[in-house]
Design a protein around this ligand. Sequence first.
Ligand code: DQA
Length: 166
Amino acid sequence: MPQKAESNKVFTVVGQNKNRPAVLVINGPNLNLLEEREPDVYGRQTLEEINNDLQKYAHSRGVSIDFFQSNHEGELVDQVQQSRGKYEALIVNAGALSHYSIALLDALKMTDVPIIEVHLSNIYRREDFRHQSLVSTVAIGGIFGLGARGYFLALEAAIQIIAEGK
Ligand code: DQA
């Protein structure tokens, strides 16, 4: 059984292989508590289980993948800044910060690689305050409401977009 990620920890960072395209998956606040957090909304898998499966999928598709999760806006901004020049695509579920973080939006604006947004839940069927996403304004596209599957669809999209050189 994988360990539950502690809050505010970079709990998986897989070394990059220079010969493979690299993708970074960024998760924001409270996504470290998947499985125990409103499972009817967010599913019953831990983030670590999802990431382990994503890593296997990435490996099978010849892609390097790194993961970062933080509950802190500034740490997410730092990570986005530090990721510049290291990845060919970003997959971002910024959690609640999606809806209001101009700081994260500004950091994402400085990346020149495709950003694919993911939300486990269908944010448009929920409270009004979830209907706006600032991340969407800089994302090439996004997937919402399909649970953990959304990360895999996003990764597959990233792989295809990278291959097409977009
Ligand atoms: C979420 C949706 C957000 O509104 C919420 O604050 C989250 C998770 C999702 O994956 O569905 O933390 O991003």
